[in-house]
Ligand binder design. Sequence first.
Ligand SMILES: [Fe+2]
Length: 297
Amino acid sequence: MPNHWAGQSAASRLSSFAVRMGQLPRWRTSVPIFPAIRSFPVVERYGFVWVWTGDATRADPAKLHHLGWAENPDWAYGGGLYHVNCDYRLMIDNLMDLTHETYVHAGSIGQKEIDESPVSTKTEDNTVVTSRFMNNIMPPPFWAMALRGNHLADDVPVDRWQICRFTPPSHVLIEVGVAHAGKGGYDADPQYKASSVVVDFITPETETSIWYFWGMARNFNPRDKALTASIREGQGKIFSEDLAILESQQRNLLARPARKLLNLNIDAGGVQSRRILDRIIAEERQSPTTEAMPVNR
Ligand SMILES: [Fe+2]
């Protein structure tokens, strides 16, 4: 793991410390027998605790991502936290190429049309966007459930979209949804669609482990708590399938260190994201700093 992320290992240890800190008797924070302990700036926002693991004098809350849905009562959020034994970049690869849904999530969000549809990738400054649009297809089970959750027919063709956005250090937000076919797809009137934002915040713990904050923000039927629970349950199962694949990938990489990852065209989103990380890490070795990431929710 590059030096840039060494602070993030500490950051994740800080996560448990930060949670417990408020429960400690005040005197324990000043017991002199402890060696010097580095502290990190944290800020609570959008339901998460964010830590700045770089130069504390450069920590600026204004640099946090703005998450409009987290402050808007017309949106609902449900999510969870998984500990995953993999390099954080493997998770970014996974999220920036959803072709795997066809095979890894065949019983929920996977369908052959994903693999059959072209994906486009573009990079703007430090953001990588991969997008895929599939028109006039039948909704897979997860999206059929979401359509029912928005009181829409679930047995008719739909237009489906996936727009994945990577931003440093390790955030991937994915616009996903379906609309009744022919109503405008991504741009369809809300009455015809079920759409949401898949939230993925990845906090590295070590070179080969992460804390994965996952969830889904939606703006249809936001006050339906049963729907929030159904979506969270479905998502939790889906991400547990990713977890198994990612940990297997990591085990293979550790067992065969001489081998390199094979990058395919469909992996362009992950490749572009890794390039941005490499560049930022190189820059920060000249001028240490880093971005904030969540350590608790
Ligand atoms: Fe997945």
